[in-house]
Design a binder for this molecule. Structure first.
Ligand SMILES: O=P(O)(O)OC[C@H]1O[C@H](OP(=O)(O)OP(=O)(O)O)[C@H](O)[C@@H]1O
Ligand SMILES: O=c1cc[nH]c(=O)[nH]1
Ligand SMILES: [Mg+2]
Length: 210
């Protein structure tokens, strides 16, 4: 079963509180999501492998130093709301390629509807991070992960700001090979499929559409 990591760094938790607040407007919401995504990226890349190299500094020759090695990273935001987390992560991993999976959740059935997929050609070679602020029923994340696997992806992690326990369980059941990284595990889903306490509709708050 995939592991679940709740990233409890104080800066992440402090900023998340302001993201949640009803009175936080679009500009600040966007800025805070960007900052939290960067902080989360810092935490989830802790286990990236390093290799030793030799470099010349202005002072000595052949100094031992370390550089990243292993698989390259690919980011896959789930449209729309996942877009709000891309720039923050790219600041730390500027060479990451970015694929897009477009999904919306039907408001009646809560089922995900796929409308767009565009991925880097070498996804099977990359360590992919699927990003979406919200993991509610888990339907969208599962559909996105399925879509990536169908196209050859082999190593996938999921990064969300806020999750409901139902969504985490659904992903763990459907994709036991996928580890999940969260800023918070919330209490429940309400009858409309919204996370409580949550932060509302992440896409609408990011893009000012409601
Ligand atoms: O876990 P689930 O129950 O599938 O719900 C989570 C999905 O719902 C939201 O997207 P939404 O459908 O609002 O689309 P948007 O990003 O375009 O606003 C959110 O960004 C997730 O993708
Ligand atoms: O609480 C929720 C649930 C799904 N999608 C959102 O944007 N927010
Ligand atoms: Mg939305």
């Amino acid at each position: 079963m995939g592991k679940v990591y709740v990233l409890d760094h104080p800066l992440i938790q402090h900023k998340l509180t302001y993201i949640r607040k009803n009175e936080t407007g679009t500009k600040d919401f966007r800025q805070l999501v960007d900052e939290v995504a960067a902080l989360m990226a810092f935490e989830i890349t802790r286990d990236l492998p390093l290799e030793q190299v030799e470099i010349d500094t202005p002072v000595v020759s052949n100094a031992k130093a370390q550089v990243l090695t292993g698989k390259k990273i690919g980011l896959v935001p789930i449209l729309r709301a996942g877009l709000g987390m891309v720039d923050g992560i790219i600041k730390l991993i500027p060479a990451a390629k970015v694929g897009h999976v477009g999904l919306y959740r039907d408001p009646e059935t809560l089922q995900p509807v796929e409308y767009y997929v565009k991925l880097p050609s070498d996804i099977e070679e990359r360590e992919l991070i699927v990003i979406d602020p919200m993991l509610a029923t888990g339907g969208s994340a599962n559909e996105a992960i399925e879509s990536l696997k169908k196209r050859g992806a082999r190593q996938i992690r999921l990064m969300c700001l806020v999750a409901a326990p139902e969504g985490v369980e659904a992903v763990q059941e459907a994709h036991p090979d996928v580890d999940i990284y969260l800023a918070a595990m919330d209490e429940r889903l309400n009858e409309k499929g919204y996370i409580e306490p949550g932060l509302g509709d992440a896409g609408d708050r990011l893009f000012g559409t409601k």
